[in-house]
Design a protein around this ligand. Structure first.
Ligand SMILES: [Zn+2]
Length: 284
C-alpha cells in the first residue's frame, strides 16, 4: 500500500489474481493485466463487460484509475497497436490517461462465486452447483462452468422467460425461448455468455430449461429435437453484467476504494422488431 493508504495497481492485480487465478482460465483464453503502470495508485475502479470506446469514455469521465473487464481486449495476437486501429486507439487512450486494464474472463466464469453464480442469483435460482465441474487447477470448491439451480416456485416456460426479461438488464434483444411455452420449469441450468458448447451437458443434467447467450438455429433445433430441455437465449452482455456487481462489491470491501459498475449496454444488437401479424405469444 502507498502512504496515502490507497492500493497500487499491483496490489489490486495481486488480489484479483488470488480471487481469479489465471491458471483457472481456459487454455485458449488470455486473462490478467493488459496494460498500466503497476506502481500507479488506484482510487477508483470501473467494472465493465467490454473494454470498448464507450466504456473507455465512461472510465475517463468518472476518473477511474483501473478498468476491470470481463472480456479480454486482446484475445487474438496482434502485430500492431497503431492508433489507426480500433484496439490501438483504445490502448493509446488508456495509456495516455493513466488508466490500467485487467481482464478476468473464463477464470471468473470458473470461480465460485463466479459469473454464472451472479446470473443465477439474478434469475432467482438457489441451491447452485456447477453445470460442468472444473478439472485441473480449478477442480473442487464448487467451481466450474455454468450453474444449475432451482426456482422457488415452478413457472411455465413463457412465465420464466418474462421473469428473466424483467430481472436481467434491459437490452434491445431481450429474451427468446424455445420449447413448449406451457412446459413447467423448476430446475434451470445457466451459463453467462455463449453457451452452445454446453447444450449436451444441460441435457445430461436433466434440467427443465437452459439459459445462456448466443444460441444458433441448428444447435438449438437439434438439441430440442433430441429431447433436450427448453432453451432461453438472452443478450450476451445482459448475462454477464450481473457479475460486475459481485466483483465490484468485493473490490470495494477489500480495498475501501470507490468502485463503479458500468451500465453501458455493449451488446451489439440495438434493434428488436417483430412482424405485427406474428402471434406466437402464448397464454401462460
Ligand atoms: Zn462473454
Amino acid at each position: 500500500m502507498t502512504d496515502s493508504a490507497l492500493p497500487t495497481v499491483r496490489d489490486v492485480v495481486d488480489a484479483l489474481d488470488r480471487r481469479y487465478p489465471r491458471d483457472w482460465a481456459e487454455e485458449w483464453d488470455r486473462v490478467g493485466p493488459v496494460l498500466g503502470d503497476f506502481d500507479g495508485v488506484v482510487s477508483r475502479v470501473l467494472c465493465v463487460v467490454d473494454c470498448v470506446p464507450e466504456t473507455v469514455d465512461e472510465a475517463l469521465a468518472v476518473g477511474a484509475d483501473l478498468i476491470v473487464a470481463h472480456h479480454p481486449l486482446l484475445l487474438k495476437p496482434v502485430s500492431s497497436i497503431a492508433p489507426d486501429t480500433f484496439k490501438g486507439r483504445i490502448i493509446h487512450r488508456l495509456i495516455r490517461a493513466g488508466v490500467a486494464l485487467y481482464s478476468a474472463h473464463t477464470n471468473a466464469d470458473t470461480a465460485n462465486p463466479g459469473v454464472s453464480d451472479a446470473l443465477a442469483a439474478r434469475l432467482g435460482l438457489s441451491d447452485l452447483r456447477p453445470l460442468v465441474p472444473a478439472t485441473g487447477a480449478a477442480a473442487g470448491g464448487g467451481r466450474g462452468l455454468g450453474r444449475i439451480g432451482t426456482l422457488a416456485e415452478p413457472l411455465s416456460l413463457a412465465a420464466f422467460a418474462e421473469s428473466a426479461a424483467g430481472r436481467l438488464p434491459a437490452t434491445a434483444a431481450g429474451v427468446r425461448a424455445a420449447g413448449d411455452p406451457r412446459g413447467t420449469i423448476r430446475t434451470v441450468a445457466v451459463c453467462g455468455g455463449a453457451g452452445d458448447s454446453f447444450l449436451s451437458a444441460a441435457a445430461a443434467a436433466g434440467v427443465d430449461a437452459y439459459l445462456c447467450a448466443d444460441l444458433r438455429h441448428h444447435p438449438a433445433g437439434d438439441h430440442l429435437a433430441g429431447g433436450g430441455p427448453a432453451l432461453l437465449d438472452v443478450a450476451h452482455w445482459a448475462s454477464e453484467r450481473p457479475w460486475l456487481d459481485d466483483v465490484g462489491a468485493w473490490l470495494g470491501d477489500t480495498f475501501g476504494i470507490a468502485v463503479q459498475v458500468s451500465d453501458v449496454d455493449t451488446d451489439p444488437w440495438t434493434v428488436h422488431a417483430a412482424n405485427p401479424t406474428t402471434s406466437k405469444e402464448p397464454s401462460q
